[in-house]
Design a protein around this ligand. Sequence first.
Ligand SMILES: [Fe+2]
Ligand SMILES: [Fe+2]
Length: 274
Amino acid sequence: MKKTIRVLMLGDLVGSTGRAMLQKHLARIKQEYKIDAAIVNGENTNANGRGITARIAKSLKHNGIDVVTTGNHIWDQRDIYEYLKNNQDVIRPANFSSDCPGIGYTTFNCQGIEVAVVNMQGQVFMREHVDCPFKTMDSILTYLKHKTNVILVDFHAETTAEKLAFGYYLDGKVSCVVGTHTHVPTADERVLPKGTAYVTDLGMGGSLHSLIGFKKDAIIEKFKNQMPTRFMVETEPPVVMTGIWVEIDTQTGKALQIQRLKVIDEDLCLDGDS
Ligand SMILES: [Fe+2]
Ligand SMILES: [Fe+2]
């Protein structure tokens, strides 16, 4: 059994821009950094940047992703509902109603090591009324701790304070806590005192000169005049993809190191779709 594993975690991929970036660069990144498993947030992977479909989920897996986490946009494409019921490689926040399709945590085998991934959503400045992420996490851990010490958490939340609080709450209980949802990467990656790797936000995969992956002019107008506007995915290069990789002791589940990752592609070509 491997003594350590390296897991890559990437921020929200936006539309075909983000997906093309993953398709072009993931294999090289995995090889270069000796990555054993890869996780991405896919809540914005649909062509319009809203939700994810079964076809996209399968293509992310095909491109080398082990588990797809999501967030508040998970219900935007009805097509995914059935997939969530029948598959465990795309998860939705665990603190949504238990009546919702899908599951909030999953495990997969990484070279003989059981790896758990948990998806949770924050409560502050988020539209959805979700159960307390802290208490939900407590009950999930009582179950998961019987299965494995290697536990990765995607906390899909808006505010830095809630994310930091969640990170410190879970210090020593899980291997890694990463934030998603803002699409803006933070530079505060660290291993917390009791051995949990942490970063407030992974950032995104999408057009660099955009507003969170979307064409910026319409959004600037919305800020100016408060009129409704249509968010359109930006496809122009350069395209950026950000996240972290974490090295974990497979016996103890503790993180040994966390490194930030940023790839910029100056001339990414989209295949025209979808
Ligand atoms: Fe997002
Ligand atoms: Fe989100």
